[in-house]
Design a protein around this ligand. Structure first.
Ligand code: B12
Length: 212
């Protein structure tokens, strides 16, 4: 079996003991780290997603798949390189209040950092007030909100309103993303940008900082 397929399968099976060895093997075979992430690790999560939705995989198993993603991306991070690059801008990011999903956000962070951005990651389950405080203290050009649950995605609207209430909205561009998020939703809540994946997020941030 080709190594990328083995990585995919290891993510689906939650093989936390094997994933690092497999990713290292792919690196040793000279496969581009971005390809290992997109076609190997994310390829695995793409198989997990419908299984979870259809009740064929359960939370503990999906957590193991998530752990594989973390172990694999940690090995690849140094290879994506950011050393010596001049900082393009500062970004505060987090998963919104009530939401514990962080795989996608972590990939966004990884891609932004390896493309020369300074990223302050507030983690998961981040309250609107905490985003506002970080904007006030860190003075980023961009704040990124991640959401995977339709039940809590309106917290993005709450966060934008909180920035408005504190007089911080004009100082920062708000970008949003996550599986249920669309451009239409971004327009509806007055976000400045949306992207469907981590690579597109880098392009979005580049266009925002270049326009400033
Ligand atoms: C993994 C997973 C989990 C893991 C999370 C582990 C972790 N550390 O993240 C666990 C098992 C903990 C979990 C829990 C739950 N989950 Co869940 N989960 C998933 C799953 C299968 C995959 C998500 C994922 O990691 N995808 C892979 C990454 C790479 O993709 P991504 O997250 O979309 O990120 C990309 C883009 O969206 C974008 N992006 C992401 N963030 C941002 C931010 C910005 C600023 C930008 C620009 C772009 C951007 O770039 C990313 C990289 O390319 C999805 C299924 C799905 N279709 O998404 C369900 C899913 C999101 N979960 C769901 C549910 C219901 C739950 C639970 C309520 C289940 C339960 N009964 O307990 C809990 C909720 C816990 C909580 N309060 O948050 C539902 C949500 C349904 C809905 N309509 O809201 C989904 C859709 C599954 C389903 N039913 O189909 N889950």
């Amino acid at each position: 079996m080709a190594i990328l397929d083995e990585i995919k399968e290891a993510v689906v099976d939650g093989e936390t003991d094997e994933i690092e060895e497999l990713v290292q093997q792919a690196i040793d075979e000279g496969i581009d780290p971005n390809v290992i992430i997109n076609d190997g690790l994310i390829g695995g999560m793409d198989i997990v997603a419908p299984l979870f939705r259809d009740g064929e995989m359960f939370v503990p198993e999906v957590m193991e798949a998530a752990d594989c993603m973390k172990l694999g991306t940690a090995l690849l991070k140094p290879l994506l390189g950011d050393a010596g690059m001049e900082t393009k801008g500062k970004i505060v990011i987090g998963t919104i209040d009530g939401d514990l999903h962080d795989i996608g956000k972590n990939l966004v962070v990884l891609m932004l950092e390896s493309n020369g951005y300074e990223v302050i990651d507030l983690g998961i389950d981040v309250e609107a007030e905490t985003f506002a405080q970080a904007v006030e203290e860190q003075k980023p050009q961009i704040v990124g909100l991640s959401s995977m649950l339709t039940t809590t995605m309106m917290q993005m609207d709450t966060t934008i309103k909180c920035l408005e209430d504190k007089g911080l909205r004009d100082q920062v561009k708000v970008i949003i993303g996550g599986a249920p998020i669309t451009q239409e939703f971004a327009d509806e809540i007055g976000a400045d940008g949306f992207s469907k994946d981590a690579s597109a997020c880098v392009e979005l941030c580049d266009s925002i900082v270049n326009a400033a």
